[in-house]
Design a protein around this ligand. Structure first.
Ligand SMILES: C[S@@+](CC[C@H](N)C(=O)[O-])C[C@H]1O[C@@H](n2cnc3c(N)ncnc32)[C@H](O)[C@@H]1O
Length: 289
């Protein structure tokens, strides 16, 4: 999905076959005759919850609904104008965080800065109870819509700052925004003090024996995380570092920063990278680079 926006304009211009009408409206953003969606549930219900706009006999989706595994993710359209409260189309950072989490069922998972709840909806099997928090009220609204459309009653979302206190969770995750990003959207741009609040907040919310998984720029990862902290950078040396950090504050002290090249077969980080880093199979990366 992160690679699709480049092709969507062309898809939206082509009259869809009936089976593709929902994809044309909700993914490609096409405006179509209401008749084209006749096989869907009553259109009035979709209008009532704000997922469809009807003008005469034409329909258009004000938000995107993106297939994500067995779930449906709601976010802003791929052609939405930049805005502070924009809830961005999923990008590769969303995939890196979601695929980096180890499998297994936990009681509670706290996803800090959840946005559209990409990670919880991509991996809903990972916890009995999944709570996302985000500062952006529009993100919270679309995260709830996505959880509802996906039938994931155990996924909830609340409006809160990154520094707020939470009940203990065995898994705490964050796909963080970027320091000093010029973008208007808080989806991309980290505000002042974001990381000074995020790392302690994640640690404070972690249940004993649990794990924190963070996607961020390399410069946003503190050098002095306690316990075991494994950072794998996936951008090439010489480019700004983007990385996933697996942090177990309760484990024996160990700090590793290394590098893994992305490949067509493995385009995103995953738990094997953590194992490879621990086994010394990845090249070290200068954490200041
Ligand atoms: C890169 S996006 C990640 C969204 C989602 N987790 C994903 O992976 O697709 C960063 C998120 O951080 C949120 N955010 C920014 N500043 C925040 C803050 N101070 N407290 C909580 N969330 C914040 C933004 O609204 C945005 O949803």
């Amino acid at each position: 999905m992160s690679a699709l926006p480049w092709r969507l304009r062309a898809l939206a211009l082509r009259p869809p076959v009936p089976a593709a009408a929902a994809l044309a409206v909700f993914v490609a953003g096409a405006e179509l005759p209401a008749e084209a969606l006749r096989t869907m549930k009553p259109l009035d219900e979709l209008v009532a919850v704000g997922l469809l706009e009807r003008t005469g006999d034409r329909v258009r989706a004000p938000l995107a609904i993106v297939p994500l595994g067995a779930a449906l993710l709601v976010c802003d359209r791929h052609d939405a104008a930049d805005d502070e409260q924009l809830v961005c189309w999923p990008d590769d950072s969303s995939y890196h965080l979601a695929t980096a989490i180890e499998p297994g069922r936990r009681a509670r998972w706290l996803d800090l800065a959840c946005g559209s709840a990409f990670a919880p909806l991509a991996r809903p099997e990972l916890a009995d109870e999944i709570r996302g928090i985000d500062l952006n009220p529009r993100a919270v609204r679309v995260a709830r819509l996505g959880a509802g459309l996906s039938g994931c009653r155990h996924v909830t979302a609340e409006e809160a700052d990154i520094g707020a206190a939470h009940a203990p969770a065995a898994l705490v995750t964050c796909n963080a925004p970027i320091p000093n990003d010029p973008d208007a959207a808080i989806w991309r741009r980290a505000g002042p003090g974001f990381f000074a609040r995020m790392w302690p907040s994640a640690r404070a919310a972690l249940a004993p024996g649990g794990e924190i998984v963070v996607h961020s720029t390399l410069e946003a990862v503190p050098a002095d995380l306690d316990g075991e902290a494994i950072t794998v950078v996936y951008t090439p040396p010489g480019e700004r570092g983007y990385a996933v950090t697996w942090w177990r504050p309760g484990a024996a002290g160990r700090r590793i920063v290394c590098q893994r090249a992305l490949t067509p077969a493995r385009p995103h980080l995953d738990p094997r990278d953590r194992d490879d880093a621990l086994a010394g199979r990845l090249a070290p990366r200068d954490s200041a680079a």
